[in-house]
Design a protein. Sequence first.
Length: 219
Amino acid sequence: MQARRAARELAFILFSQFDKKITNYKKEDLKDIILKSVRILTSSANDELKIALGSLISMRDQIETYEAESETNLNRPLEAANIPVPIPMTSDMVGRINEMIDIAEKSILALEIAEFTTLDSQNDVKEYAIQIAEFFQKNQKEVDNIIQKYATNWDLGRLVKMDKDILRIAIVELLYIKDAPMKVVVDEALELAKKYSTDDSASFINGILAKVIVDYGLN
C-alpha cells in the first residue's frame, strides 16, 4: 500500500468520527482520534481474521467428513487410511470462500494502515490525514456548499455520510492541497466508495467530482 492511499483511508476513518462541531477539534484532538482509529482498525482486523479462521476450520472438518463418508471410503477396511475423493464445488462453498477472501483483504489493509501510521519513517501518513482534516476545518462551509451545488435533487443533510466524507476528502485534495495528481485523487475516492458505501455511490461521487474538475478548471 502506498503512503498517500493509507493516509486517505485514515482520513476517511477520522472523518467518520467527527461530530457536527468539527471546527472545535485541535490538532492534538485529531492525533488522538487517529490513534483510537488505528486501535479500532487493528482490533477489528484481529476479530475478522478469527472469524475467517473459524470458517476455514469448519470447511476443513466438512471436507474431511465428506471424504470419510463417501462410498469409496466406507467400503474400505477400518484400519485403512481414507483416500481422496472428488468434491462437488457448491455455490455455498464458493460463497463462503469469497466471504473469507473479502475478510482477509480488509484485514490486511487495516493492518497495513496501522503499520504505516505507527512507523516513525512513515509519519507523513498521519500528517497528511491530519492536513486533510485541517483544510476541511478551515473550508468546511465552502466544501459542503460545493457538494450541495452539484448533488442535484439531494439535500446535503440526507446524503449518506460515507459518501459525503469521501467527497469532502477528495474536494479538499483537489482544491486546497493540490499536491496529488487529479486522477489519483478521483480514482482513490471511487475505491473508498466501492469499499465502504453503497453500490451506487461510486458513480454518484464520480459525477460530482467530474463537475468540480471542469468548473474549477482542474482538467
